[in-house]
Write a protein that binds this ligand. Structure first.
Ligand SMILES: Nc1ncnc2c1ncn2[C@@H]1O[C@H](COP(=O)(O)OP(=O)(O)OP(=O)(O)O)[C@@H](O)[C@H]1O
Length: 609
């Protein structure tokens, strides 16, 4: 467990991070909050002093009678006390409302920062990073009852004036006894820091142990989402899932509970200190009063000051949320900085028509982050522009990884990928991707309309219905779409009223139409990863006839385990162990009699049977 001192610094850094963000939201509102913090402390103190002095002045005024200077002074004190009381109430309301609004805007700012930070990297490696995912879980809960930086702002807005008021009261008391005043002045910050260290510890165990909770929530979500519902019911997994959810939840909560209590020794030290100081001050005041060493009025002021001391509460919800609500803030800011730092500025440009010569993998090495074995350790591959290339190889050979690298979703750990001689590492990824159209094995079934599902290949052309139909026709889905209740505007999800779902093959055709739509928008390289996996054999054959026409002149890369698809490509490469082991046309590879020929013959014989 982290030592208390480090926790204190962590909490202090977190609170400072919150304070530093406020002027970025609004300088005037932050300045107002600072001003009202002082005034919210000053007015009650002024009310207390005026009340004490009034108590002291009343006997003299009563003796001197109405109209006397003493009576006038007493009325003035009364007016000052009432004015301070009313102004205090007014300022307090403005102060609280301002703090609440600033707090809400802080949560909005943090949400925006997180989403922007996560969206900024052009690759996807960070979305498989445990630390980033743990933070994203916090981000999703920002603003819910659980994670409230807003309440840190409110807590600070409450605590600061209270502390100033208590410090003012301690200064007033120091006129009675300098040591007692000083003791109070030191005691409150000490109590506050001790309690904040406790709240920090509790806060960290409560919501910064995000990874474990992610697993638990994943099991819960399996039980309540539509995707896995079929398997879970068919295999009768519901009981198993719920048991596991209950068990892991209980384990995690028990773990948290152990740390989620304020430690007894802290509670004893805090309460003991405050009781001892209160007893000492009360006794000293009583003795001085009885001995006639302090006047009646002064005694009243000191007693009011002692009472005002307890307007500062270092151990309630408000105090707890100062650190509790601040803790995630530096983490969010650090993620923003961390993910931004990883980004490189573009140093090269590609002509609009690239590639016109070749895409080249030159000694490319790559390992997934955290993986102990590389997928590629020196891959060389030339892909001639304007030709079709098929990539085959056994499961896990690296086919999808190769196209993910080409799409810039991951960066090679060694070597380079060039387009007409330009290293794509230096090219703006967004600009590079406008040249690519890619359909991945696990393509996304967007719960959006048919039109959107196709137009997402080039969203700026979404309104161009003619082009959308043009992308649909080769896929043979025009009739299907026209038969849907709202045609192109039909929502493709049975989770919404009026929506509908499609078969696996129909979805694949929609996704292929999306890839073709991107080609129409100007993509020069078409990547298809298992494009026909969900199609029947005849549909696949028809599709490829169409495809060859449409994609003539494009640089096309197809990954497939179906050799009837593969054989149509201009060139075929066989990947194994992260290297190209066979390379050539279908006829050449068949003549070679190697792995390709063996696998092809096996599949052909099976189909023939
Ligand atoms: N996101 C990932 N994180 C870590 N390792 C991964 C990831 N994706 C793939 N791998 C690993 O990288 C290797 C290559 O995977 P890849 O998906 O490129 O294979 P593939 O040739 O496309 O296989 P398949 O034919 O089964 O689709 C495999 O060993 C796989 O376990």
């Amino acid at each position: 467990m982290t030592p208390p001192k480090a926790q204190r610094f962590e909490a202090a850094r977190a609170v400072l991070a919150v304070v530093a963000l406020l002027p970025r939201i609004s300088r005037p509102r932050t300045a107002l909050l600072a001003a009202t913090s002082v005034l919210t402390a000053a007015f009650p103190l002024a009310t207390g002093i005026a009340t004490g002095l009034l108590i002291g002045a009343v006997p003299g005024a009563a003796d001197a009678g109405p109209g006397s200077p003493q009576a006038r002074d007493a009325y003035l004190l009364l007016a000052a006390g009432v004015a301070a009381l009313l102004l205090g109430r007014l300022v307090d309301n403005v102060h609280r409302a301002n703090a609440r609004n600033l707090g809400r805007d802080l949560e909005l700012l943090l949400q925006d920062r997180l989403v922007a930070a996560v969206a900024r990297p052009t690759g996807i490696a960070h979305l498989e990073d445990d630390d980033v995912l743990a933070l994203l879980r916090i981000a999703r809960q920002l603003g819910t009852d659980f994670i409230r930086p807003e309440r840190a702002v409110q807590g600070l807005a409450g605590i600061v004036p209270e502390f100033l008021a208590a410090a003012g009261a301690a200064i007033v008391l120091s006129f009675f006894n300098i040591w007692l005043g000083l003791a109070w002045l030191v005691a409150w910050p000490a109590v506050f820091l001790a309690m904040q260290a406790e709240y920090t510890r509790v806060g960290k165990t409560a919501y910064l142990r995000s990874t474990e909770m992610r697993e638990t929530e994943y099991v819960r979500d399996l039980a309540i989402t539509a995707g896995p519902a079929k398997e879970i019911r068919v295999w009768g997994l519901m009981g198993w899932l719920l048991d596991r959810y209950d068990r892991t939840w209980a384990e995690r909560m028990a773990q948290s509970d152990r740390f989620q209590r304020i430690r007894v020794r802290t509670a004893v030290a805090v309460i003991g200190t405050l009781l001892a100081l209160t007893a000492a001050t009360t006794l000293a005041l009583a003795q001085a009063g009885l001995a006639g060493m302090v006047g009646f009025g002064a005694l009243a002021v000191y007693i009011v000051a002692l009472q005002g001391m307890f307007s500062f509460s270092a151990f309630d919800d408000q105090a707890a949320f100062v650190s509790f609500g601040s803790l995630p803030v530096p983490k969010v800011l650090a993620l923003d900085a961390q993910l931004t730092a990883g980004e490189r500025a573009a140093t090269a440009e590609l002509p609009a028509e690239a590639p016109v010569r070749a895409v080249r993998f030159e000694g490319v090495a790559f390992a997934y982050p955290g993986a102990d074995r590389p997928v590629f350790a020196g891959l060389d591959l030339d892909i001639e522009a304007g030709t079709s290339l098929a990539i085959v190889g056994h499961n896990g050979a690296g086919k999808t990884s190769l196209v993910k690298l080409l799409a810039g979703l991951y960066e090679p750990t060694g070597g380079k990928i060039t387009v007409d001689g330009t290293d794509i590492a230096g090219v703006d990824p967004a600009a590079w991707r406008t040249r690519l159209s890619a359909l991945f094995q696990d393509f996304t079934r967007y719960q959006l309309t048919v039109r959107d599902n196709i137009a997402l290949g080039a969203p700026h052309l979404a309104a161009d219905t003619d082009r959308i139909w043009k992308a649909c026709e080769p896929m043979g889905i025009r009739a299907l779409i026209e038969s849907l209740p709202d045609g192109l505007e039909t929502l493709l999800s049975s989770e919404y009223e009026g929506g509908t779902d499609l078969s696996g093959g129909q979805w694949q055709r929609i996704a292929l139409a999306r890839a073709l739509f991107a080609v129409q928008a100007g993509a020069k390289i078409l990547i298809l990863d298992e494009p026909a996996a969900a199609l029947d054999v005849r549909a696949e054959a028809e599709l490829y006839e169409q495809f060859l026409d449409i994609t003539a002149g494009l640089t096309t890369i197809v990954i497939s385990h179906r050799f009837s698809t593969v054989r149509r490509a201009d060139r075929i490469v066989v990947l194994d162990g992260g290297r190209v082991v066979e390379d050539g046309s279908h006829d050449r590879l068949m003549a070679l009699g190697g792995r390709y020929a063996e696998a092809f013959s096996l599949q052909a014989a099976r189909l023939a049977r």
